[in-house]
Structures are given as structure tokens and as C-alpha cells.
Write a protein that binds this ligand. Structure first.
Ligand SMILES: *Cc1c(COP(=O)(O)O)cnc(C)c1O
Length: 455
């Protein structure tokens, strides 16, 4: 097939971004500051320093610099897996018989299997630069733990990964990848921290939770000399690091004179979507485009479409600062039949503010529809997508079909955040026909809302 626009649009090493893009520099309304739960006052740099690396805190609080340099030491690492391919989904367009032009940016071409490596690299680099010896984090399914283990190996840092115990047991191979990169995997709850010992005593035999793993990782970081804690989504500096995704798309589009009309991404904590849309959103905030930005979430964990815009804890153990965000309540747990990822109760404060101010919209989709789209995509474009990413595929397909019905031509870009190799249990459910949809009732949501702190 001869096409003017190639199937894969690659950038050269020289064309790769040398700066990240700070969308906050363009926002007229900044999100309200994080609050220290002990004092109720805005978090200062000093409040955050025992927990996070200095450079990440500076980036977190930076509302003025549009561009922030990507240090050469981070670009050295990015070179191994970036630029990521931007693909014109010719086969999907053909299958749908749509006048829409569809593009996707594939972030799954690295061993960790997702976009998370973009921020893992940056955060490990800054920890090393600060002279720290070790970092800690938590991981549920394991994507983030793997990404951080890869980055820690590259920069020479010790890493403790508190892995939710059931995941560590159910995903022994994921655990082995993390260990192969030299990180220490500790099934959580563990007896290595006060928080872990307390939970073990109260609930012997518990399979653990992300909230508990966060508590353990933070406690370990603040009680160990030369150690900090690292988070894989939600926070502004993580969105900043993920802007490399959107910047590469923008450069590639500009090479071919392409203007997207619609940009779609899945939203868990919001970092991949925030990074994908960042430079396009900056232009929209300046009145230079009118792109339709769509964040896609599971109907079973609908923080944007059904959540409250309120100050809430970022974790279920209620130890983190309070963030003003769309939230289902830090005590919200998606139904156990939910297999598609994106189970976080809250949402990035930047994405939340942009949504609140009407610059983007959100759509929720049920998981059987998500997996139907995933299988359709895998068969025609070849890549087995992560269930998370497949939320974006679902809505991209729906938008393309709408173009067909209305006889309109549109250019659609979506973020394909990762591969599905680590989620075969979810695919098994779908293939076996045992996957069900569950949409929380108002009563279910009310229980979660009751866990939002009253200020
Ligand atoms: C973690 C993850 C997500 C969710 O990303 P956020 O940036 O937190 O919204 C999406 N897709 C994949 C493949 C992931 O691993």
C-alpha cells in the first residue's frame, strides 16, 4: 500500500523532546494546593521533603515554566525505548469503514509494558542526583513496580517494592521480572513496617490492598536514611514527565501537517492522559485550537463522571496529603468482578481542574464493551492491548463509527498505553464468557463518598 502518511510515523533521535511541557503554565485557574492533613494548611516544600525528592517537589509546585528541561541523563534512558511509534490505524479504519482518520501512540514497547517508564526514569534519576541510596514504592498489578525496577537498575539505586500480597501470589512471574532487575519485592502487608504489623495483627491472612502497600512504602521511606518514596501517577510532576508522549505526537503531526480533532485517553490516576493531551491542551487554553479531549474511565470506577470535586486523601490509608480532585472517596473499592484496571478512587488534580472548567469531557464504559474493542483491535492492528488502554480504543471506535453515521471526516488520536501480556487472566474471563459488568448503584457510591474527609 502506498500512502502519503506512513503506517508508522517515527521521529529521529534529534527530533525527540528535550523539554517536558508544563500545562499549568497555561491554566487560568490552578488547582487548589495540597493540604497537610495534620494542619489543614497548604503543603510547603518542607512538608513534602521527607517523602519526595527535592527536584520532584519543585516540579510539583511549578505553575509558571512552560518548558522544563529533560536532563541529558534522562534522555539517555529514554533513548532505549523512545521515541514510541505513532501509528496510523489504517487497518482499524478499513474494518470500521469510517471516513475518520485514526492514530494511536503506542507506549507498550518496553519490558515494563506501559507508559509508566517515562516517569520512573525521571524520578529514579532525580533520586540518584540528590545522592539518595534507595527509594520505595508500592505496586498492585506490577506495571509500575517493573518500570521503577528497570529505572533503579539503570541509575544504580536500591528499590523496595511493596506489592499487594494477592498480586504477588497471583502474578509470580511479574514479581520475578521486578526481582530480575534487582529490586526487593515485599508482599504487603509485611512485618517490615509498623503499618504492616498492625494490619497483620488485626487481619491475619489478609491479601493486602494498595492503600496498605502505600502506607508501608511511605513509612519505610521516611524512617530510612537516604531514602524517598516514589509515586507512579496522579501527581503533577508525574503528568509533567508523561508530557513526552504528547510532545512526540505533536512533533510527528506537525511533520505531516496533521491537526487532531479529537484526543482520547484512558484515565486511572490521569497521568498518561494528562501527558498525552498536555501540549494540545496548552494551545486550547490559549485559544489556538478547539480539540475535543475525552478521558475514558471504567463504569465500575467512575471518578470523573460520577465522583465529587472535593478534597480527599490520595490513598485509602489516609496518610497522604489531601488533594482537591474528582473522587469516589478514598474508601471506595471497585466491585471484585472488575478486571479492566483503572481502579483508582481519585483523579489527577490537573485533569480534575481542567474537567471542572470544561476543557475536557469524560466518558465511562462497561468492561465487556472494552474487551470487545480490545479483541477487535488486536485482530486488525496486531497489538494485544492492555485492558486499561482498551478503554480508549472503545471510545475511539465509537467516535469513528459516529463519523461514519454522520458522514463526517475527523482526525482522532488515542493513547495506547500498554500491552495486555500481563492481564491474561482478564482476557481469560472474557474468552470464557464469564466476564460481567457492574455499575455501582447510588448507595454503593454513597458509601465511598462517606469516606471523604469533612473539612
Ligand atoms: C497504569 C496504567 C494506566 C493508568 O495510567 P494513569 O496514568 O494512572 O491514568 C493505563 N494503562 C496502562 C497500561 C497502565 O499500566
Amino acid at each position: 500500500m502506498a500512502h502519503e502518511i506512513p503506517y508508522k510515523i517515527y521521529l529521529t533521535e534529534q527530533e525527540m523532546p528535550k523539554t517536558w511541557y508544563n500545562v499549568k503554565a497555561h491554566m487560568k485557574t490552578q488547582h487548589p494546593p495540597f493540604l497537610n492533613p495534620a494542619t489543614g494548611k497548604p503543603c510547603t516544600k518542607a512538608d513534602l521533603q521527607p517523602v519526595f525528592c527535592d527536584e520532584c517537589i519543585d516540579q510539583e509546585l511549578n505553575e509558571t515554566d512552560e518548558y522544563i528541561e529533560i536532563p541529558e541523563g534522562i534522555r539517555d534512558f529514554y533513548r532505549m525505548f523512545r521515541p514510541s511509534p505513532l501509528v496510523r490505524a489504517y487497518y482499524l479504519e478499513r474494518l470500521l469503514d469510517t471516513p475518520a482518520e485514526i492514530y494511536y501512540k503506542f507506549e507498550g514497547n518496553n519490558t515494563s509494558g506501559s507508559h509508566k517508564l517515562n516517569s520512573a526514569a525521571a524520578q529514579a534519576y532525580y533520586a540518584k542526583k540528590q545522592g539518595l541510596k534507595s527509594i520505595t514504592t508500592e505496586t498492585g498489578a506490577g506495571q509500575w513496580g517493573t518500570a521503577l525496577a528497570m529505572a533503579s537498575a539503570f541509575y544504580g539505586l536500591n528499590l523496595d517494592v511493596y506489592m499487594v500480597k494477592v498480586s504477588a501470589e497471583q502474578k509470580p512471574y511479574r514479581r520475578e521480572v521486578i526481582r530480575t532487575y534487582g529490586a526487593n519485592v515485599i508482599p504487603s502487608p509485611s512485618d517490615t513496617t509498623e503499618a504492616g504489623r498492625k494490619i497483620l495483627k488485626e487481619f491475619p491472612g489478609t491479601g493486602g490492598s494498595l492503600g496498605c502497600a502505600i502506607s508501608e512504602a511511605v513509612e519505610k521511606a521516611v524512617s530510612t536514611p537516604s531514602c524517598r518514596y516514589v509515586l507512579g501517577s496522579v501527581l503533577d510532576h508525574v503528568l509533567l514527565h508523561q508530557s513526552v508522549i504528547g510532545l512526540e505526537c505533536k512533533t510527528a503531526f506537525e511533520k505531516y501537517g496533521i491537526q487532531p480533532d479529537t484526543v482520547i485517553g484512558c484515565v486511572g490516576g490521569g497521568s498518561n492522559f494528562g501527558g498525552l493531551i498536555a501540549p494540545f491542551m496548552g494551545d486550547k487554553l490559549d485559544g489556538k485550537n478547539d480539540i475535543d479531549f475525552i478521558g475514558v474511565e471504567p463504569a465500575s470506577c467512575p471518578s470523573l463522571t460520577r465522583g465529587k470535586f472535593a478534597y480527599d486523601f490520595c490513598d485509602s490509608a489516609k496518610i497522604t496529603p489531601l488533594a482537591k480532585m474528582y473522587t469516589l472517596g478514598c474508601g471506595f473499592m471497585p466491585s471484585p468482578n472488575h478486571a479492566g484496571g483503572l481502579r483508582y478512587h481519585g483523579m489527577s488534580p490537573v485533569v480534575s481542574q481542567l474537567y471542572h472548567d470544561g476543557y475536557l469531557r469524560a466518558v465511562s464504559v462497561e468492561q465487556s464493551k472494552v474487551f470487545e474493542a480490545a479483541v477487535m483491535f488486536a485482530k486488525c492492528e496486531g497489538i494485544l492491548p492492555a485492558p486499561e488502554s482498551s478503554h480508549a480504543i472503545r471510545v475511539a471506535i465509537d467516535e469513528a463509527l459516529r463519523c461514519k453515521a454522520e458522514g463526517k471526516k475527523k482526525t482522532i488520536l488515542f493513547g495506547l498505553t500498554g500491552t495486555g501480556y500481563f492481564d491474561l487472566a482478564a482476557y481469560k474471563q472474557y474468552n470464557d464468557g464469564t466476564m460481567t459488568d457492574y455499575v455501582p448503584t447510588e448507595e454503593d457510591l454513597a458509601k465511598g463518598f462517606a469516606s471523604i474527609p469533612k473539612l
